[in-house]
Design a protein around this ligand. Structure first.
Ligand code: PMV
Length: 321
């Protein structure tokens, strides 16, 4: 039975600016979504995904009914169903049915790339059940199409990073893997959810209203360029400083919040070399550079933080078993 797992990610630098073609640096983390898939012969697709609020979901194994279900289901089930739909279309399979079990270590909609991870792992597990093992580039591409179809607009950053692992650079039409370096990352989570679609629209509105917002976005791209040089030099102090400046610019775009700011400041005061929100913002997670692994207690003592944990950079992206 194919079992595919894909990691979540944080943004070291560059979220939002990447939507306007600027450089961004997402980085895969060792928190994963795992999808196991097997053929069944009861003419249905059954999905069990307890951590994403889907205990038992059954639909008929025919593509039209798959599409008609899309508007009614839980947010993350959209990604799973679309990924199944794409993979079946691609493989022209004569299977009779599928059984999927989805397990998640990631909080949902919190800036840790859960939608990309579930799309990558589902596309891979279903394709292999149909007898097709795609290249990693193909999987990243198919998963990106899943995100784009469900969300309306999505950069390639999350799905490429989740498929390839490590840190990657995205921008100006190209996606590249960066040399691997493990960073001492700690995540703080406020228990909330930020709508990527609404926050991307907010930045667009601010950019259209105030022409100088364009130069803020461009400066975030400059931070990513300097950040890549600092990563290559393993210069943690510079990486931390650039993360701090990046957070300030994201705040000025209007995508931070009281809880994210409170966690960012708590992380810095407890000794982090740098801290910023990660992902779309609004609510969700911050990421801190924490070489002494000493800030989780301090984060948890704030009113905003509901969970905090240290996490390794995931060297491997998609893992197949
Ligand atoms: O919060 P996430 O993981 O959906 O990240 C969104 C990142 C944005 O740059 C704001 C949007 C995008 O598609 O790149």
């Amino acid at each position: 039975m194919p079992l595919s797992s894909a990691p979540g990610k944080i943004y070291l630098f560059g979220e939002h600016a990447v939507v306007y073609g600027e450089l961004a640096v997402p980085c895969a983390i060792e928190k994963r979504i795992t999808v196991s898939c097997s053929e069944s012969d009861d003419n249905s697709i059954s999905i069990r995904a307890p951590q994403i609020g889907v205990d038992n979901f059954d639909i008929e194994f025919s593509k039209p009914s798959l599409k008609s279900h899309l508007s009614k289901v839980e947010p993350h089930l959209h990604y799973i169903l679309k990924a199944i739909d794409f993979s079946l279309d691609f493989s022209q399979t004569d299977l009779n049915g599928l059984e999927l079990v989805v397990e998640s270590e990631l909080p949902l909609g919190a800036g840790l790339g859960s939608s990309a991870a579930v799309s990558v792992a589902t596309v891979d597990a279903v394709s292999r059940t149909c007898g097709l093992t795609h290249s990693l580039e193909q999987i990243a591409d198919m998963a990106h199409k899943v995100e784009e179809t469900v969300q309306g607009r999505a950069s390639k950053a999350d799905t490429f990073c989740s498929t390839m692992g490590g840190s990657v650079s995205i921008g100006g039409g190209s996606c590249d893997k960066l040399p691997f370096s493990n960073l001492p990352l700690t995540i703080g989570y406020d228990g909330g959810f930020g709508s990527t679609k609404e926050l991307v629209s907010l930045v667009k509105h601010n950019k259209e209203t105030y022409p100088f917002v364009g130069s803020i976005i461009h400066s975030i791209g400059d931070i990513s360029t300097l950040g890549i040089a600092a990563l290559e030099a393993q210069d943690l102090f510079s990486i931390g400083k650039l993360m701090n400046i990046n957070h300030g610019l994201l705040s000025s775009l209007g995508v931070s919040s009281h809880s994210l700011d409170e966690m960012v400041w708590a992380a810095r005061e407890a000794g982090a070399l740098g801290a910023k929100l990660t992902g779309a913002g609004g609510a969700g997670c911050i990421v801190a550079l924490d070489p002494d692994k000493s800030i989780t207690t301090h984060l948890l003592s704030t009113n905003s933080c509901t969970s905090a944990f240290s996490v390794d950079v995931s060297k491997q992206g998609l893992i197949r078993k």
